[in-house]
Design a protein around this ligand. Sequence first.
Ligand code: PMP
Length: 368
Amino acid sequence: DVPGADTTLADLPLRDDLRGRSPYGAPQLDVSVRLNTNENPYPPPQELVDDVTAAVQEAATALHRYPDRDAKALRADLAAYLTKATGVALVTENVWAANGSNEVLQQILQAFGGPGRTALGFEPSYSMHPILSAGTRTDWVPAPRRDDFSLDGAQAARIVAEKQPGVVFVTSPNNPTGQSVSQDDLRAVLAAAPGIVVVDEAYAEFSGRPSAIELIREYPAKVIVSRTMSKAFAFAGGRLGYLAAAPAMIDALLLVRLPYHLSVVTQAAARAVLRHAKATLGSVQALIDERERVVEALREQGFSPVPSDANFVLFGRFADAHRAWQRYLDADVLIRDVGIPGHLRVTIGTPEENDAFLAASKVVSEEI
Ligand code: PMP
């Protein structure tokens, strides 16, 4: 007898534009092989767990006080990491952080999107971009990719010039298809864009391509590069996303962020994890090698995997992708039906998990 259980969503004075929508979310199922949300499959090593514990223990002595609202120490650490990773010398003022890059993206839309403005993305891409746009009342404008899912830079620039969106999302490497966007194609989009271009680099560490961070100096009033500690940094549970941009962009985001949005605990834990960046990111090469092994094996089984720069692979073709997804699940392997006809997406796991996935694939390939 749950209080209020007789009231349904239809009874609530919900915004009209949210009626009938579904919440984002991949199934969180209890199966042995979970390859559906692009996490790093390697749990944190004991030294890192100990360091996070010690850092949080120390932070706990100040839990009666609000955290540093501007997370300056954490942003300085992130700036140092990005400087090392990209060769572009960034400082604290170039970096902003929030609870996952989803929150970073939402703040960008709160500041630069909103009623009367549009956001444009090249589909298929990360499905939270249109959902965050809807939540901030930013009209979503879908634009196409080539049939092989790569981005046609010239066509993208033409569409941006025609639609004049306030915000453009370019995901590189793209989720769920895996390919990166070249610096030339990005420049074409940036040159055409009247507003902000968000380059979502959630999977950048898995790609050998140069980062759009190199373009901040050239397009300071346009480019924002978002990143996350959820993937390569193996910190999905910690919730820490960040961005690099010109300092004025961060001044804009300060207008919409919630005060004290990053808890004392989050800031301390993320800083401890960053101190172990070298060890954690050591898993990246192993995951890239496994990705190539999985792609090759899928090809041998008769599938068509899309070349990937990330820690996941989109592959097909299935007559009925959802039925195939269920067959994997029956084999205790959870992968992702991203809604692209004929295709499924698999996250690269440990060698054992990938073997289990490939064994299931063999069975599925013989059925279809
Ligand atoms: N961008 C892309 C392209 C993603 O795939 C994801 C995670 N699925 C995110 C952003 C958000 O991740 P998080 O909020 O964990 O940083």
